[in-house]
Every structure is written in C-alpha cells, then in structure tokens.
Design a protein around this ligand. Sequence first.
Ligand code: SF4
Length: 422
Amino acid sequence: MPLYYIWTIGCQMNKAESERLASRFEELGYQPTGRAEEADLIVLNSCVVRQSAENRVVNKLYALRSVKKTRPDITLALTGCMVDADTDHLKKTYPHVDHFFQAGGYPPWLEKAEALSLPHYPSPTEFVTIIQGCNNFCSYCIVPYRRGRERSRPVAEIAGEVRELVRRGAKEITLLGQNVDSYGHDLPERPDLADLLTELNEIDGLRRLRFLTNHPKDMSLKLIEAIATLDKVCEQLSLPVQAGSNDILKAMKRGYTAAQYRELAGRIREKVPGVALSTDVIVGFPAETENQFRQTLDLLSEIKFDTVHIAAYSPRTGTAAARELEDDIQSTEKKERLNKVEQLQEKIQTEINARLTGRTLEILVEGRKKGKWYGRTRTDKLVFFSSSDNYLGQLINVKISKTSPWSLQGKIEPGEINREGK
Ligand code: SF4
C-alpha cells in the first residue's frame, strides 16, 4: 500500500487544506506515515509569514533532497504561501521538488477542484475555508501576494460542506479566511458573513460556530448583532490590532486608529456579554519608538485580551514595508519588547482565568492528552479533566477547580449543559 506524508506549518487555513489533501490521498489508496523517508508521496504545506517559518520550510526542503536522491521515484510537492503564481525561481532553487501548487489550489495530479475531500471521520472540531486571499495589502504582509485576491465560496457550497461534516460527526465548525469580514462581496447575491452564519446556525446537529480572522476596519454592526443573537455562534472573536500607536498603524496600512479599535472592542463587549477577545501584535515594526511601543502595552493593559499572538517584525521580500522601510530595530530590542508583551499578557490571562474558578462551563471534548481529557469552552478556553469514560465529541459541564494563564482544570458536573453566554 503506498504511503503519504504531509508536513504542515502556519495558520489554520494551511492545516485545513492539508486535512483535505490527506482525505483525498486516502481515497486514492494511500496510507498516512509520520516518516518522510518511507513515503511515496510527500507534500510540504509551507508558511512564509515570518522569516522563522520560512527558514523551517527551507531546512525541510533541503533535508528532503537526500530522500529524493535515494528514492527518485517518489513524488515531492510544495504548496502553501511559499508558492506564488510564478514558480520558475522555486524550480531553479529546489530542482528535486516535482510539483509546486499554490495555497488553496490542487496538486496537478488531482484533476479538479472537487477532487479534494472531506475527512471521513472528522474530529469534533473542524475547519471550513469560506474565503481565499486578501485585498487589504497591510504593508508588512506577504499573504495577498501569495494567496491572491479575495475569492468567496458560495453560501450553498459552504452549507453543504458543513452539513456533511456534521453528518459525519463534527460538532463545531470554524469558518476560515484571511479576512472573513470581506466574505461575499465578490458573489452575485453579495451575502455577508452575518448572512452565512444565519444560514449555518440552522443546521441540525451543529452545536458551535466560530470564525477567524477578522479585520477591525471591515467588521460590521450587523455581524456583531449576529454574534449576539445566533445561539450557535460562540462568544469569542479574533480581532488583530497589531499596534497601539496611530503612526505605526498608519505605516502598517491597517486602515483604523487605536481609538477606532478601542471603540469597536467596547461595542462588541457591550453587545456580546462575556465575549473573549483575542488579538495579534507585531513588535519592532520599522522606526517603532519606545513611546510607540508603550502605546501598544497601554492598549493591551486597557482592553485585557483573553489571548495575544505576538510576533517580532521580520521584513518579507515583496511587501511595501520591506521595500520602503528600514528594518532598523535591533533584534535584541525586538526580543525585549516581545518579552514585555508576553509578561504583561501572562499577568492579564492569569487574572481573567482565575475568575473562572468555581464556575461550571460547557466543554466540547476534543481528545486526550497525557491521560486527561481536554476540550474548549465557548470562549475558547482549554479545559482538562480526568475520567475513565469516553467523552470524545460530547458537550459536557465541567466545574473549574484550578486555573493557569494557559488552561483550566476541573471536574465533570452532571446535568443540563451550562451556557457561558447567550
Ligand atoms: S488583512 Fe492584512 S495582515 Fe491580514 S492577510 Fe490581509 S494583508 Fe495580511
């Protein structure tokens, strides 16, 4: 039986795309293997959003040269954000790679788009891409150059896919896109994300809906209203702010000010009580002064996010920032700023999570790790509990007894499911 090996780094979209590829390979008779050395088909799903991610892909590509040399008959393919429309330079640099195909595209040996498949045994939480690409061109971001312009999938197609995943056992669906708030503007009926959520909310058997990533400048009041009223839409939002200084936000071409962001976060909290907000922050953007960095810390202290994804700026060739701005913050200084954000955020998360002690929360059980079951609350908190029974895929109540900045622990409580929000 032929074997396939898929290596994936990067965002949830890459992970979802790899999962679809894996399902299709299995339909074609391939079996998964965790060892590239024994695989007949190898796919690397790459990310180049940061230099560190790109370095890992490059190392992996070079490491696979010897595998291809020893077994020239195997198929080696590269996809993800490292591959743009023009693959000539990649072909020259990595002649041992047989195929290059763009993120969200299809390997040349699979005939058409429909060839990609849903997992036969989905996990309780699945991901569905609703829009590819991005039209925003934030100055630091390579994504629009690699994933192209926005292309939305029709509502009926997405609903069909979600229905099928639920029929096969999924309970929670996360809708994915680089900017889900742009969803639908390129479709003939011009549906928006709120319309899509309303349609999906009706699907029997589906228990939870999430979506990411949002763009603060594109998030509508209608969407906030939908989050507040649709019972399956979880009280959790990713809303990348990136910086607290207006000058830096302008240089990043983000299209909003810190005040506008604060107002939006306030409005969301007012409409959706108990909502968990997560954000992304870049430190060490070109010419970021100590004072401008301080404004990011101030914003984080004030808004108190449930989670912050922090990155040090690294220039991406081809972006406006890499072309026009000097990467002038020393790496030691970037590291120091990154540490400061991490320390502040750890304190904030400690406080937020400690408030959950003694509360009974609804958990969707996703699996087992180190002898314990784990799952997530509607607000996306990771919760561990012990039991010898099988709870995989079940919604249960857990009474929280212990908290840390990163996760919660508790005991199962019998009875009606306890909702955190609506
Ligand atoms: S919104 Fe900005 S950061 Fe996000 S994918 Fe588009 S260009 Fe990149």
